[in-house]
Design a protein around this ligand. Structure first.
Ligand code: ADP
Ligand code: MG
Length: 392
């Protein structure tokens, strides 16, 4: 979010007793439904974030002002409760709660924040808010905590305090993202490696505008099918504990053991893991054509083998692939609605948006939201003066 725009929304203007922190949302380039199979994901932080101004004081009270939601929420760091009246505040309360519980002694502060990560679109505005909060409060109290640990604490806040089940990818990339790079994460060990995004492309996210209640029940079904696949495959591959341990060749060899649908679910996961690693190779070689083909193959696999796509996602992907300058396109996120990601040559990005939005709307009678994004840096502190000089 642009600092000058943020400053304009804050009255009175922020003085120098404030410090400023930001943390981004994210998009996953490839590696879908691999996380709970101990596999690989490849997210990038995007240039949309939560911007948070914090003014520490001597006490233990925290006052939260949201620029995007109505209201003010106040709590004491000595007794952090859940606030049903201001649900947005629980992301910040949860982070402070988990940090205090982990032994960090935080400082009370006045907090003003806002953001431009679209909310509830699958770009993880919630992780951006959590990671911004953790980064800010830890810095105010002069703790130097690695991004990996910040991510784990924020995930715990979302799981245990807010009460949303989520993996760790979103917090991880929001904390550890780097400009023009994506992050390969091994979901088994959380080992990670920064991977360059080849220059000259934009990550264009298209929100289909569809949200289907199916997601959580279908998600649980898929997880169950993966577990069933592992249990059967263990009879012939005793060393495995997750689909991560199975190669596409091994799966093909033992196809006859598996019910047909379970086989297809497993085939998505094992080929998707392989595609993530191939995508890493393509990115390191600067090979956008191969990267684009891998995105396309990921979509086909999610659509046909994993069966988590839907008409709107397929339509948007097909329209996207027809546009000039597009290397590849696929659904991203859990599926049954949500977003697509297209890899688009930078000089074609504006024309892409101008063409895809009306074509999609004409096809499905829904207005999409399309966001042209660049792989961006993770959570950081910023000088309060930066935005003003940048805007001048
Ligand atoms: P997402 O896919 O964007 O992470 P979630 O439902 O997980 O969607 O999280 C969205 C919630 O996070 C919002 O309803 C709000 O409570 C909180 N949130 C995110 N961004 C902001 C913001 N800029 N200001 C206040 N609350 C926010
Ligand atoms: Mg979220």
């Amino acid at each position: 979010m642009d600092l000058a725009a943020f400053q304009r929304r804050v009255t009175p203007e922020l003085g120098d007793e404030y410090r400023l922190f930001r943390a981004p949302g994210r998009v996953n380039l490839i590696g879908e439904h691999t996380d709970y199979n101990d596999g690989f994901v490849l997210p990038a932080a995007i240039d949309r974030d939560v911007l948070m101004a914090v003014r520490p004081h001597g006490g233990r009270t925290v006052t939260l002002v949201s620029l995007d939601f109505e209201g003010v929420s106040t709590f004491s760091l000595d007794e952090i409760g859940y606030d049903p009246a201001q649900p947005w505040s629980n992301y910040l309360r949860g982070v402070c709660f988990v940090l205090e519980e982990a032994g960090f002694h935080l400082r009370g502060a006045d907090v003003i924040f806002g953001g431009d990560v679209p909310i509830g679109s699958g770009l993880s505005s919630s992780a951006a808010l959590e990671v911004a909060t953790a980064t800010a409060f830890l810095s105010l109290a002069e703790y130097d905590v690695p991004g990996e640990e910040i991510a784990r604490l924020c995930q715990r806040a979302e799981n245990e305090f807010v009460g949303t089940r989520c993996g760790i990818m979103d917090q991880f990339i929001s904390a550890l993202g780097e400009a023009d790079r994506a992050l390969l994460i091994d979901c088994r060990t959380l080992a990670h490696r920064s991977i360059p995004v080849p220059p000259g492309v934009k990550l264009v996210v298209g929100d289909t505008g569809v949200r289907r209640g199916l997601v959580s029940s279908e998600y649980n079904t898929r997880r169950g099918q993966c577990e069933e696949g592992v249990a059967i495959l263990q009879t012939v591959l005793p060393g495995i504990t997750a689909l991560r341990d199975v190669t596409p060749e091994q799966l093909a060899t033992h196809k006859a053991l598996l019910p047909e649908m379970v086989y297809r679910r497993c085939r998505h996961v094992v080929t998707e893991d392989a595609r993530v690693l191939q995508a890493v190779g393509a990115m390191e070689a600067g090979d956008l054509l191969t990267l684009g083909r891998l995105l396309n193959a990921s979509h086909e696999s999610l659509r046909d083998d994993y069966e988590v796509s839907c008409r709107e996602l397929d339509t948007m992907v097909e329209i996207a692939r027809r546009q000039p300058g597009v290397y590849g396109a696929r659904m991203t996120g859990a599926g049954f609605g949500g977003c697509t990601i297209s890899l688009v040559a930078a000089e074609h990005a504006d024309a892409f948006v101008a063409a895809v939005a009306p074509a999609y709307e004409a096809a499905v009678n829904l207005t999409p939201a399309i966001y042209v994004c660049a792989a961006s840096a993770g959570a950081r502190e910023e000088e309060i003066g930066d935005g003003e000089s940048g805007a001048a």
